[in-house]
Design a protein around this ligand. Structure first.
Ligand SMILES: [Mn+2]
Length: 415
């Protein structure tokens, strides 16, 4: 018998806005405390504990202090690398927490004849066997899944912790995501603790036990906030088990649900959009609420910049809102047509462009072609996005980036 909680995609350190950052942190502290209240034996965090490999320390110190307190009360925290915790340079706060014993990385691979065999971490209190699989940026873990194997002991309760979107389960999702087919998952586990999907999802597939994605614990970007405003629930799972799952409960997170104002600007001029927005704002009680304003469609004339975001923001703040985020990513104008992408999330746009240019590459080097070429380009791009830390010397920073690049393009193959 045992009981555990399954939390995912915490994204600590996400958001520049103080109010959202606090909600995000409060959600995590709430989930840890709730888990302790429910007397869990252990906690699983299925990736993306942090929003960046090296977050601003002052923004995460409170969360780390709470984790330490939880661990010291006898509750272990088992984790895997998510796509956000991972850094090609190997420098990640995740590694520091593993080294300090606050979290326990359950990805324990062993190489045997080209296969990646996963070894379990056996939870001493309950006997549960926990296997973990890491993630990389943009689904690049997929090539490791191809040669993955895990020997399970069918008399025990087996948990597989992972951080990837499964194609068969996420078909109807709104956004294209890097995916792996269901067949890549090792079969016959009792519980698949999934991360990466920010929407809650539960399913059961032939040959597999329960596959569960709790979704993002609070939010990490505009899309998450928008879904929450539309009523999508946030939270985490508590699972009771013996040899099988006995009971599963979703614990809802009620912290800081934002308000969405959706404005269709199609065929309108900027002035009309502005007056529609103020009319809607006038009809709402915005006190202590976070406001998302989404303006989309094609203006019949004028520039998108004539939709005065500053003015709208000030108006909401005057009415007592705790914060405002205005999204005009999908606002265009008939007069000024720019480049259009079907899916305007930055990383998808990057992938789309890289795929296009890799296809056009005329050289002979096979490692620069096809999927390999795309992955290498993405890895290098991710590497070059890394910024120097406040306390890091220029030399240390350069070495870190050079070492990372060497690992990506190196002879031993990049990983
Ligand atoms: Mn995530």
């Amino acid at each position: 018998m045992g009981i555990f909680s399954h939390i995912s995609d915490v994204h600590l350190g996400a958001f520049n806005d103080d109010y959202l950052r606090k909600n995000n942190l409060d959600s995590f502290i709430w989930a840890l405390e709730k888990s302790r209240e429910e007397n869990v034996d252990f906690i699983i965090i299925s990736g993306d504990l942090f929003n960046n490999p090296i977050p601003n320390i002052s923004q995460v110190i409170e969360a780390i202090t709470k984790m330490k307190e939880i661990v010291e009360s006898g509750i272990k925290i088992y984790t895997v690398y998510g796509s956000h915790d991972y850094s090609v340079t190997g420098s990640s706060i995740y590694n520091v927490l593993v080294a300090s014993g606050i979290i326990m990385d359950v990805h324990r691979p062993r190489n045997a004849e080209g296969k990646m065999i996963l070894e379990p971490v056996v939870d001493i209190k309950t006997g549960a066997r926990i296997y973990g699989m890491f993630a990389r940026k943009m689904g690049m873990e997929s090539s490791f899944y191809e040669r993955l194997a895990a020997d399970i002991d069918s008399d025990s309760f087996n948990i597989f912790v992972f951080h990837s979107a499964i194609r068969e389960i996420c078909e109807d999702l709104q956004f294209r995501m890097a995916e792996i087919p269901l067949s890549y998952l090792p079969p016959n586990f009792d519980y698949y603790a999934g991360g990466h999907l920010h929407r809650r999802m539960e399913s059961e597939m032939e040959g597999y036990g329960k596959i569960v994605y709790p979704g993002v614990l609070y939010a990490s970007n505009f899309f998450d906030l928008e879904e929450m405003a539309l009523g999508v629930e946030r939270g985490f799972y508590i699972v009771e088990f013996s040899e099988n799952i006995e009971k599963m409960r979703f614990i809802r997170n009620d912290i800081g649900r934002p308000v969405l104002i959706d404005i269709d600007a199609n065929g309108k001029v900027p002035d009309e959009v502005m007056s529609e927005a103020s009319r809607i704002i006038d009809g709402l009680d915005l006190r202590d609420r976070y406001i998302l304003i989404k303006i989309h469609g094609e203006l019949s004339s004028g520039k998108t910049s004539q939709v005065d975001r500053k003015k709208l923001k000030e108006y909401c703040m005057k009415k007592g809102a705790s914060g405002v985020n205005i999204n005009i990513n999908n606002l265009t104008s008939r007069e000024y047509r720019g480049m259009l992408f079907k899916d305007r999330r930055a990383e998808n746009i990057e992938r789309e462009l890289i795929e296009k240019y890799v296809k056009q590459y005329g050289g002979r080097d096979p490692s620069l072609k096809g999927e390999k070429g795309v992955n290498m380009a993405i890895s290098l791009l991710e590497l070059l996005k890394i910024q120097r830390n406040e306390e890091e010397s220029r030399e240390d920073f350069e070495r870190r980036i050079r070492d990372g690049a060497r690992r990506i393009i190196g002879e031993d193959g990049w990983q």
